[in-house]
Design a protein. Sequence first.
Length: 367
Amino acid sequence: MTTTLAQALAVGTPDALTTSLLAALAAAGADAAGFSPFSVSAQLPAQIANARATEQDIRATLVQAVLGDYAGNIPAAWVTRTAKAWFGVDRIPATKARFLWPVTSAAGTITKPSRQAIADGSSCLFENVTPINVTAGTAQLVEFEARTAGTVGNVSPGSVVGFQVGASGLGITSPAGSLIVAGRPEESNVELFARGRARFPSTSLAGNSAAFDYWIPTNAQTITRWAVDDSNPNGPGSTDVFAANAAGPATVGELAALDAYLQPLRGKGTGPLRVLAAPALTLSPGVIIRATSPAGVAAAAAVVFSGLNASVPLGGGKGGVLFLDSIRKPLLAIPTVYELLFSGISEETALPEYNVLTFSPSITVTP
């Protein structure tokens, strides 16, 4: 008897399996209905059904892990081990955002050792990586790192305006263009398996567009989104790579590092390779959020938009369209939120090819 894929993936519930087993016993002339509910004869079918349900779940998980196409449905530990065994790749961990922000002193000279000045970014706190030694009338550029890994640290310009208790006299601003490295989430199951599969095209001497799907995330881990134009955009055999991090277009430093890594990988006889920052498309919608308990809702909404900044593919992915529901649903999932009013954005927004979408929303929360 050949087992079908559907059968291999099927997982029954203990109750359904118990019912099926009792029906099979009855059909064979062994009716268990008359036994005391506490007897072994009455309990045995349920125990067998529980064991079968566990067995089916393990089997389905194994099949999904092996196939890879179902990677998004199974525990991360399974996919991590499968990707390592099959492709020799490890899961990319979440990273913390880092910024270079100007710090000032209200009076005299103020010093703070590394990790002792905590800047408040509303949705995330930041620690100074470099020591602070600033005198009144001057500004010191200080590197700060988010305390929390992931996209929550990719705060918008102007969102950090002060320090927590213990940094009296220090001032801070967070101007545009101060991002050093964007925070990124941990590589998902689907992303990990896709990168593993892309490793094989990367071994070709000539390379192809699929090879970039392995080269880029493996060796430029802060680059979370990219697109490859291999339609000879810059002459015969040429290729353009558009890159973005979890906060927006790739930084100058990220582009330089990625270019230095990719150039030697180009096969002999191929045309020029350009590594470019994905053009930014900024949307500035207004959103009025009505919540029965407004406290904390604005910060939670900022986290939602930060996550969207990190997750929307270049050009919007297939179809090149951003649907308003992709914003509406996560905002409505915030506790106590019951209504949303949008302005400055339509139900469907077309995104140009290779563009990276960034949100700069105006958020108002009312009861």
